[in-house]
Structures are given as C-alpha cells and as structure tokens.
Design a protein around this ligand. Structure first.
Ligand SMILES: [Mg+2]
Length: 221
C-alpha cells in the first residue's frame, strides 16, 4: 500500500457497542420530535420515520424536504442528551486506535458537535484527525453515495487505501462500491456485504492484514 491508509469510523453503535444505550436515547428523542413537530401520535410518528428513512436515509432529510424543518433546531433537540452520563470512557478503544497505521476520521449521520461530545466521553478525541458529520454531508446522509465521495475528496484519500467501519449494513454498500475495504461492526458473517466482520470495533487489528496486505492473504478486493 503506497500512501498512508485512511481509517473511517461511523460513530453510534460502532465506536461504542449497542449495550451503551446512547443511540436508543437519541432515537427516542427523534421519535418525540416527530410527534411534537407534526402533531401526530407515536404510531404515526414511527410510520412516518420509517418512510423517511427508506427514502432519505435519515428522519431529518424527510422533515426538511416535506415539512421545512430547520436542521439546526432538529439536531439540537435530538442530541440534547447527557452524553457523559451515558457513555463511559473506552481505554481499549484508545489503545486500538493509537495502534492503527494511518489517519483516522469519524463519518457520521449525526451532527459534528454531537460527535465531538461522544468522542470526548469515550476519551478518544485526540486520535481523530477529523469529524465529518451531517452538516459536511449537506444533510445528504449515508447510505446516499454523495457523502462518501465528498469524504474522499476532503481527506485526499483514495478509496482502495481506505477502510470503513460501520454497524448499519446498508451504509457499507456504497463504501464497498467505491472500492473501500469494508468492515461490518457487530454484523453477521452469513449475510455480510462487507470484506470483514468484527464483533466489536476493538477487534479490528485481528482482520487488518486483509486490508493492508491483500495479496499475502490471497484475498482479492
Ligand atoms: Mg451507527
């Protein structure tokens, strides 16, 4: 591998495991926001969100397109969570990230400010070169191919020198299509569209040789 590799990490349920209930709490706030903003009952809110997620990848985009919701107002509301009380520091994550032979960035459908707070709670802020959140994506979220291409452009990285870790299956597909090495965090080997599956992001070093030395391990990308 010629240039320095780029390690790209999703945030929620990737840098911390789903047992940390942060994403569930944010998700409940999204649901509440939809209910209050649109004046609908919980069941309708869930149905509307499902449709938005299918069409746009995020609830926010649907609210912006169909209801003129200002993104700042929405993001402030849904991310208004006491992150430090919910997310414990992860020294093992710090160890793993420091050992990676390349640059590290966060690529999340959440806001940049939210990502910053989560990284601080995890104790890994110093290890991330950049945070590419929903504002950077111009609210065109994963799995739309647009932000992936924009990320590569912004970081100056080439797809085949990039590794992408993510817990949501659909979000892996555009990355793989572009030529990135994809790792499904917490995924299932049997149904995996990714090059590798790890139980926890801290297990990444165990499969790293397949990314760094694809020829030696005999795998083709
Ligand atoms: Mg995630």
């Amino acid at each position: 591998m010629a240039a320095e590799p780029l390690f790209i990490f999703d945030l929620d349920n990737t840098l911390y495991p789903p047992e940390v209930t942060l994403w569930r709490i944010v998700d409940a706030r999204i649901e509440r926001y939809v209910q209050e903003r649109l004046g609908v009952d919980p069941e309708s809110a869930r149905r509307i969100r499902k449709e938005f997620l299918r069409e746009f990848g995020t609830t926010l985009r649907g609210l912006m397109n169909y209801h003129g919701v200002p993104p700042g107002e929405y993001l402030d509301f849904v991310h208004d969570v006491p992150i430090h009380e919910i997310v414990p520091p992860r020294p093992e994550l710090h160890r793993m990230l420091s050992g990676l032979p390349g640059r590290r960035v966060v690529f999340t459908n959440g806001s940049e400010a939210y990502a910053r707070r989560v990284l601080a709670a995890l104790g890994v802020s110093d290890l991330m070169e950049g945070i590419y959140g929903i504002e950077f994506m111009e609210y065109i979220a994963k799995p739309s191919p647009y932000p992936y291409a924009k990320l590569l452009q912004a970081t100056g990285a080439r797809a085949w020198e990039s590794l992408f870790c993510e817990d949501v299956r659909e979000n892996l597909l555009p990355a793989r299509e572009l030529g990135m090495f994809t790792v499904w965090v917490g995924g299932k080997e049997e149904t995996s569209p990714a090059h590798a599956v790890v139980k926890d992001v801290c297990d990444l070093p165990g499969i790293l040789h397949r990314f760094l030395e694809p020829d030696i391990s005999g795998g083709s990308r």
